[in-house]
Design a protein around this ligand. Structure first.
Ligand code: CP
Length: 309
């Protein structure tokens, strides 16, 4: 399977076979599986990654920088566009053309939907979408799949509950679509006003995916994973609506009984208050491990698109 030179813009651009190939490749960088450390500082020596972060990030920006350096790449870029000539009025397209000349891979986060695709259309080198507004964050979806595969040992046959803001959350939309390639039962738990949009349910129907919807967390929930998400305050037109909902889907100490039963708790992070830190020490609270897995996925993706694997 050849990924050399490929852009990573939208999770829908990847077939089931391609997703499985990326997951398999990431195992080579993961100390949990790798016989020897493949993060050897030489695989991609001489190549440069440019991280263009027009919007804030902790995990995505830092894990891409770490991944690039672990495989030997140099790093350039910015995370404050006002420290660049954009502040003087330089356009997005000129900025992309310039960075295209200085790097071998562009990694871009931007609040505007479609910005990563726009960059990919302008650039000669591969572009990775590190989040384009409420639209897509494909490397997050791939690391979520990887985490489930690593924890459960398989994807076919698992049950995944997606919870919280299913209306506005880009992570749950993309994850639901990616999981629909596999025999995964999906459970949606949200306030009635934050349900999974019909357009996504229609895709699941078309693909014959089994799913259920709940307004509250069922006491007898049968799931391998609960994927909790933040209520996206910034997307509400009426803040009173947000205030009515915001505290209804907080997982606190009472969620321990689910963890004790073997349910694994995931979250793309950052969290605000939707998972109480009292749960953090439980071995089935795996959101920090999930974030760590992002490193192995990003090492694999960079290596694949540079044709070094
Ligand atoms: N999960 C995620 O994308 O986190 P950051 O916004 O910190 O990159």
């Amino acid at each position: 399977m050849d990924f050399k030179g490929r852009d990573i813009i939208d999770i829908n651009d990847f077939s089931k076979e391609e997703l499985l190939y990326i997951l398999k490749s990431a195992k080579k960088f993961d100390p949990a599986f790798a016989k020897k450390d493949r993060s050897n500082y030489t695989i991609a020596q001489g190549k440069i990654a440019a991280t263009l972060f027009f919007e804030q990030s902790t995990r995505t920006e830092q894990s891409f920088k770490s991944a690039a350096q672990k495989i030997g790449m140099g790093i350039i870029g910015f995370n404050d566009p006002h420290s660049t000539s954009i502040h003087k009025g330089e356009s997005f397209s000129d900025t992309i053309r310039i960075m295209d000349a200085y790097a071998d891979v562009l990694i871009i986060r931007h609040p505007k939907v479609g910005s990563a695709k726009e960059a990919a259309d302008l650039a000669q080198i591969p572009v990775i979408n590190a989040g384009d507004g409420p639209n897509q964050h494909p490397t997050q979806t791939i690391l979520d799949l990887y985490t489930m595969m690593k924890e459960a040992g398989k994807l076919d046959g698992i049950i995944v509950a997606l919870m919280g803001d299913l209306k506005y959350g880009r992570t749950v939309h993309a994850l639901s679509l990616a999981l629909s390639h596999f025999k995964v039962k999906q459970i949606f738990i949200s306030h009635p006003t934050l349900r999974m949009p019909d357009e996504f349910l229609q895709v699941l129907d078309k693909r014959g995916v089994e799913y259920e919807e709940f307004d509250v967390l069922p006491e007898d929930l049968k799931a391998d994973f609960v994927y909790q998400t933040r209520i996206q305050k910034e997307r509400f037109k009426d803040l009173n609506e947000y205030k009515k909902i915001k505290d209804k889907f907080i997982l606190d100490a009472s969620f321990k009984k689910y963890l004790d039963r073997g349910v694994k708790l995931m979250h793309p992070l950052p969290r605000v208050n939707e998972i109480d830190s009292v749960l953090d020490a439980h071995p089935n609270a795996i959101y920090f491990e999930q974030a760590r897995n992002g490193l192995y996925i990003r090492e694999a993706l960079l290596t694949l698109i540079l044709g070094r694997i």
